[in-house]
Design a protein around this ligand. Structure first.
Ligand code: ZN
Length: 198
């Protein structure tokens, strides 16, 4: 049934594909957008396109960046022998905001979840193992503390153990099910300092 013009229906359908956007929100956004000045909408579409076309994965840590290698991986000031494994670039940003972590990162882009059908091959785990063939002293596993994050941590630690590289897990100061990005800096630092051997 077409309540609106075909163009608006299409816009609502596309917006509705975004994560966390239901039909009602999609409608609200669509009507908001068509009531905006044309230039404002152009700015938005341009920003979306430019981000999509220019942002890529860092070839080393797989965070999002404009370059082949992100500023953290290419910095001589960072300790490249300590790798913190996080689920996504937002978690990396949370730790960067503390300004107290001087190692580098590895972004998995997800966590292992049998429920959602996400296996070890679906996240950047192979890529982590390749990195560990280099000179690495410690891997700090900072996946989220929910069921999936814990399962992923266990899986990774079992993979790494045989290599003899030290594997640690950030402390439980992080509430269960809490996404790293929503946790304040003090708690993050406490979790990092209180990390335990796996
Ligand atoms: Zn990087």
């Amino acid at each position: 049934m077409e309540y609106y013009s075909e163009h608006i229906s299409r816009l609502i359908a596309e917006l509705g594909r975004l994560p966390g956007i239901g039909t009602k929100s999609a409608q609200r956004l669509a009507f908001f957008l068509i009531n905006q000045p044309k230039e404002q909408v152009e700015k938005l579409t341009e920003a979306v396109l430019e981000a999509r076309n220019n942002v890529k994965y860092c070839k080393t840590c797989f965070t999002l960046t404009d370059r082949d290698e992100c500023p953290i991986c290419s910095s001589a000031k960072r300790d490249h022998k300590v790798i913190m494994v996080v689920e996504n670039p937002r978690d990396l940003a949370a730790y960067e905001k503390t300004g107290q972590y001087h190692g580098v990162y590895h972004v998995l882009h997800g966590a292992i979840s049998p429920m959602l059908g996400i296996g070890p091959a679906d996240i950047k785990l192979k890529e982590l193992m390749v990195r560990l063939e280099g000179d690495v002293d410690e891997v700090i596993i900072a996946t989220n503390s929910g069921v999936e994050g814990e399962a992923t941590a266990m899986y990774i630690s079992r993979l790494i153990k045989p290599t003899g590289i030290r594997v640690t897990r950030i402390a439980n100061g992080v509430p269960v099910g809490g996404d790293l990005e929503y946790i304040d800096e003090v708690t993050l630092l406490r979790a990092l300092e209180g990390r335990r051997e796996l």
